[in-house]
Design a protein around this ligand. Structure first.
Ligand SMILES: [Zn+2]
Ligand SMILES: [Zn+2]
Length: 248
């Protein structure tokens, strides 16, 4: 009981700190993270660069694969042939210049200003989505990589997105039980089966509508096996939200 109260207090303080940190950006001058032009505002992104971000406008309604503008129905051939275990991917941006620079800065250079900007853009995507979610989860990272980088970028985003959106972050909803070999350099077929058996879900997810967060999605193989583990424990639905969709 005492530890629950303490945890609640810590969460409350974190929420206040986060709120004031964001408000302070309205007063302190910053600069656009893409063109470096000085600016004052809540976001480190100028209007010109915001307009040039590569939006993933014409995409598959299930997996967010880019499609030609005239493609009807808006479902890609991969999803027609073998739909993934997740229900839908929300991927508002493409992993292309200059957006990939933001992701790289956050993920590999620990640039938290880039992290806060990605967080705002993810929150924008979530605000435009009318669905209700019971829990926010992350695709758990590989131990070795978290040790190398010092933190897990999707968890950093999820903790803060939970504070902004009010969707509770359930860290232990999905755990990694197996590290896998790197997906880089593998062909599509090998990438799709590589993460099989890597995840285990908690029984608490039964009957719940879940939102699974990751930073970038490529083939969607990890998201598929993660969603499969969650649905095996009875999850009612699993949507995926990512900052960017990379080309396969
Ligand atoms: Zn700019
Ligand atoms: Zn698709």
């Amino acid at each position: 009981m005492r530890s629950t109260l303490l945890l609640f207090k810590v969460n409350q303080w974190a929420g206040h700190f986060f709120y004031w940190h964001r408000r302070s950006r309205l007063l302190l001058p910053g600069s656009c993270l893409i063109c470096m032009q000085p600016l004052v505002g809540e976001r480190d992104l100028c209007l010109t660069c915001a307009k040039q971000l590569p939006a993933n406008t014409h995409c598959c309604q299930l997996c967010a694969n880019t499609l030609p503008a005239e493609h009807q129905p808006p479902i890609c051939h991969h999803c027609f042939k073998a739909p993934a275990a997740f229900d839908q991917v929300l991927a508002p941006w493409l992993y292309k210049k200059p957006f990939n620079k933001l992701v790289w800065e956050f993920k590999y250079n620990q640039n938290l200003a880039a992290g806060y900007l990605l967080l705002d853009l993810l929150f924008d995507a979530l605000k435009n989505n009318p669905k209700h979610y019971d829990y926010l989860l992350v695709i758990p990272g590989q131990k070795k990589r978290i040790q190398q980088r010092g933190y897990h970028a999707p968890s950093w985003l999820a903790k803060r997105l939970a504070l902004l959106s009010g969707i509770p972050f359930y860290k232990k909803g999905l755990i990694r039980i197996k590290d896998i070999t790197s997906q880089q350099g593998l062909d599509r077929k090998s990438r799709l089966i590589n993460p099989q058996g890597a995840f285990q879900a908690s029984k608490v997810v039964a009957g719940k509508h879940l939102l699974l967060l990751d930073d970038v999605i490529t083939t969607g193989a990890s998201a598929h096996w993660a969603a499969k583990a969650l649905k095996q424990k009875g999850a009612a639905s699993v949507d995926v939200i990512v900052a960017a969709k990379a080309a396969i």
